[in-house]
Write a new protein. Sequence first.
Length: 325
Amino acid sequence: MKITVIAGGVGGARFVRGVREHVRRSAEEHTIDVVVNTGDDWWLAGLRIWPDHDSVLYTLAGQNDEERGWGRRGESERVSAELRTWGVTPEWFTLGDLDLGTHIARTAWLRAGETPTEVARRLGARWDLGVTLHPATDDEIDTHIVTPDGERLHFQEWWTRHRARMPVEQFVQQGIEAARPSPAALAAIAGADVILLAPSNPVVSIGPVLSIPGVRDALAAASAPIVGVSPIIGGAAVRGMAEACLAVIDVSADAGAVARHYGARGAGGVLDGWLVGEEDAQAIAGIEAAGIAARAVPLWMKDANTSAALAADALDLALTLADVG
């Protein structure tokens, strides 16, 4: 079975790890492709930074810092401190030395003319990831926030420096109108037997992927069932500051509201099925009334077992929908 996951951020990384764990425990042969958000990428100190991609990469490689939730384990920060001394990087954004090695290698390959898809392949080849990572687009679509008074900041400054507390009028993916899905991402969607939307931030991780011209058309045309996993449990985001992002687009921090935001594929949206937490079982009726099949299952990814079980639940719903279809 060919499984494609659309993901970004820490929640997406942990879900993909759970999918891989489930696949490794299975006696069947599966492949896993991950279409990764590129909307929060940016340039810093002359280096191209891919936060969502690297979260997934390091998590699957066993190199991520589980305590901090980002970066690599066993890091030092001597180079970052030196860069701040020179005034090249801001005090509110720290890059570990090992992490900088990744950014330097990536930037060197990009400047040599390789596409982001090719660079992702080279980075992923270092470790036995068990999945293939594909940037959602090879074009730059960095996310900016626009404040009510018209001030514009890169998303990373709003998210990291201001902790998402600064009022936001809208999110803008710069250059997205001219962007195109990467050929590898389109192939992963078209060739999938199952497509899963990870429990990533709906606005700044999944949203930019869906906003790339051509992605929604590809999902609409896909023969595979599409099942999403709620990033909201009991009215609160599992990680990060998703509530602040959802508020900007007038979507409640509610599992059912997020499902309706994505919409039913039969009504022009992207979902065939949706998993909510057991805490949100009462939302199922409203979700199904919107044309989306729903189930309540344990969503907390506490360890390898619970993460693999969640992946199994998502795949089970997808395969059930495939049989019905």
